[in-house]
Design a protein around this ligand. Structure first.
Ligand SMILES: NC(=O)C1=CN([C@@H]2O[C@H](COP(=O)(O)OP(=O)(O)OC[C@H]3O[C@@H](n4cnc5c(N)ncnc54)[C@H](OP(=O)(O)O)[C@@H]3O)[C@@H](O)[C@H]2O)C=CC1
Ligand SMILES: CC[C@H]1OC(C)=C(O)C1=O
Length: 331
């Protein structure tokens, strides 16, 4: 698989400064709708850099369902203005820093989810373009052992997994059932539950061909939802992590006093739903697990998609069959 490397700095300036154009190539939509509203343009305005932001030369970007749900207009009440350059997840190289930035400098290799609140005023100029501007606090230094494709695949999904487990009060010795263990979020939730939180038992659901993957990620029990209904099984769990929209069933298999955390769809008590808040501090906290290999990026076998095949990448993600993450590289 590709090993993405940093772009070369501009030759005419010192190694720690980069020449930034006023326009760039990138994907953009100016109306809500299906993949056909996406246009690849050479005249996208390079975003300006606020004092607390850095400008990142994008090397790789990852897609998330929130990208296509937003493009379909599901969150338009709280969306930023159109036209939109989509893309939350980025891995790239800092080329410019705002005057309040303290911890990053040009040339640093970084990764992160560029929108602090995924649904409430997300960045208008996202990561599916040559440059994106993002607050320093939303980024972390990329682990040296991860290539840019692996790094780009992580931020929104791993931060959702971590925040969901934290909010559910998951802790050492507890049991968890993860509904949708093979997707972008679930494939990381299995690993974090086992390796970071010290789960006593991890169960997860997927279809037949993905059961071995679940076990390789650390699941003690892989449930084939095409053959078994987890609700009919005898086991109850301290935490149920719903990453597919089965909150109403999830509450039926949680232990008395347990937690049901739901990422999407309806839910009733004791279940609760949350929306991820992006923060670089979670990535920094998890970097040692990524550097040691205890937690691994899970990249869909069809990835990476080069930047000119972003429509195809979204169409694939929207089938609901992606295994791990759909990544765009080179951008
Ligand atoms: N609230 C929040 O902050 C966030 C919410 N989300 C939401 O969480 C959901 C999951 O996100 P993400 O992991 O990126 O999604 P993905 O698109 O990566 O999930 C794809 C996976 O879903 C699995 N799947 C489909 N149907 C089922 C089923 N009935 N039971 C179990 N697995 C199933 C597929 O496996 P198979 O082929 O075996 O069916 C496939 O591997 C999305 O709805 C997303 O919008 C995500 C991030 C943050
Ligand atoms: C309401 C959950 C919504 O927020 C994110 C980030 C998604 O992917 C959703 O579906």
């Amino acid at each position: 698989r590709v090993s993405a490397t940093s772009p070369k700095p501009a030759t005419e300036t010192a190694v720690d400064t980069f020449t930034v154009p006023s326009e760039m190539k990138g994907w953009v939509y100016d109306e809500y709708g299906g993949v056909d509203v996406l246009k690849y343009s050479s005249n996208v305005t390079v975003p300006s850099v606020n004092d607390d932001q850095v400008l990142v030369k994008v090397v790789a970007a990852a897609l998330n369902p929130v990208d296509f749900k937003r493009r379909l207009g599901k969150f338009q009440a709280t969306d930023s203005a159109l036209p939109t350059v989509p893309g939350y997840d980025v891995a790239g190289v800092v080329v410019k820093v705002g005057k309040q930035v303290k911890g990053l400098k040009p040339g640093d290799e970084v990764y992160g989810d560029i929108s602090e609140k995924a649904l409430d005023g997300p960045k208008q100029s996202g990561s599916l373009a040559e440059y994106t501007a993002v607050e320093e606090k939303l980024l972390a230094l990329k682990p040296k052992n991860l290539d840019f494709v692996q790094a780009a695949s992580l931020p929104l999904a791993i931060e959702t997994a971590y925040e969901g487990l934290e909010r559910a009060g998951f802790s050492e010795g507890k049991s968890i059932l993860i509904l949708n263990g093979a997707g972008g979020v679930g494939s990381l939730t299995i690993q974090l539950a086992k390796q970071v939180f010290g789960a006593s038992k991890v169960a997860a659901t997927a279809s037949t061909s993905k059961l071995e993957l679940l076990k390789s990620l650390g699941a003690d029990l892989a449930i084939d939802y095409t053959k078994e209904d987890f609700e009919q099984l005898p086991d109850k769990y301290d935490v149920v992590f719903d990453a597919i929209g089965q909150g109403e069933k999830a509450v039926k298999v949680v232990k008395e006093g347990g937690s049901v955390v739901v990422l999407t769809g309806a839910v009733s008590p004791p279940g609760f739903r949350f929306v991820v808040t992006s923060t670089g501090s979670t990535l920094t906290k998890l970097n040692p697990y990524l550097e040691s290999g205890k937690v691994k990026a899970v990249i869909d076998p069809n990835s990476p998609f080069p930047i000119d095949r972003v429509k195809e990448a979204f169409s694939y993600l929207e089938t609901g069959r992606a295994t791990g993450k759909v990544v765009v590289y080179p951008v």
